[in-house]
Design a protein around this ligand. Structure first.
Ligand code: MLT
Length: 265
């Protein structure tokens, strides 16, 4: 694990592999960290450089400022690309990682040569979701990140995974407990107030992989399919049996789709 200094303090990242093609940068979901990408790092690092940051307040990155917006996280990614001298990258994000990827596209579209949108959505939160985030932030400030185990596990993983894949369940719980309460509260606010990216979809000028799980209740296959239809050069893959963390729940088929997509880039 390495780290670089932003104007808001150090930001940690993992940096593996090498290759002549554009590096891949993968942005994690809420409330996890870069370790969620380990199954992808393992297969890709033989062919490409792959960089996975921890947002401030998550994993190994220290606390985040009181109330950032999603652009703040994208600025951190931009600073990381500068620091590593990466001119152009294939950018991927899962869920909150997708929200940050949209913010990156607004900030530095010329540096993105391919896009992976996993289990994410372009629209804004409904009033009910906004209220839910406020409630979740309140619980985390009162009870700590432990409260997220009860609140998030059933949202993140398909029932089948929760029942039959103790390794993934344990990994996700561990990552949740690695978050800082401040980081979680800040990210909840940033997601709650994120801008609508629906109109951005038509402007995406690079090949895009839209990939999700059939059992994902947050970014349903319908939402993902509609998103893919708006993007000029997108392919859409739905993994049967996987929930919101499709890259962990069915890493084999996620990796197959990712490798096939990357082969053309
Ligand atoms: C995530 O997985 O990043 C979050 O669940 C996304 C969200 O709550 O909108």
């Amino acid at each position: 694990m390495s780290e670089y200094r932003t104007s808001n303090g150090p930001m940690a990242y993992r940096d593996h592999g090498e290759g002549s093609k554009d590096p891949v940068v993968l942005l994690h979901a809420f409330p996890l960290n870069s370790r969620m990408w380990d199954p992808q790092v393992e297969v890709l690092m033989g062919e490409r450089r792959i960089v996975t940051p921890d947002y401030p307040g998550f994993g190994r990155s220290p606390h985040t400022p009181a109330q950032p917006d999603v652009r703040y996280y994208a600025e951190g990614v931009c600073g990381l690309l500068d620091r590593l001298g990466l001119e152009r990258v294939v950018l991927g994000g899962l869920s909150m990682g997708g929200y940050v990827a949209f913010a990156c596209l607004r900030l530095f579209p010329e540096r993105v040569s391919g896009l992976v949108l996993a289990n994410t959505r372009p629209d804004v939160d409904s009033e009910e979701m906004r209220e839910g985030r406020k409630e979740m932030a309140h619980r985390v400030s009162q009870e700590g990140v432990e409260a997220l185990i009860e609140l998030m596990m059933p949202r993140l993983l398909a029932e089948e995974t929760l029942r039959n894949d103790p390794e993934v369940v344990e990994l996700v719980k561990t990552m949740i407990l690695e978050c800082s309460p401040d980081g979680v509260v800040a990210a909840l606010g940033a997601m709650r107030d994120r801008p609508d990216s629906t109109l951005l979809l038509k402007e995406i000028g690079v090949p895009t992989l839209v990939i999700g799980g059939a059992e994902d209740a947050i970014s349903t296959p319908d939402v993902m399919g509609a998103m893919a239809e708006e993007i000029p050069d997108a392919r859409h893959v739905t993994l049967a049996g996987a929930g919101h963390l499709s890259n962990l729940e069915d890493s084999q088929r996620f990796n197959d789709a990712l490798e096939e997509f990357l082969a053309d880039l």
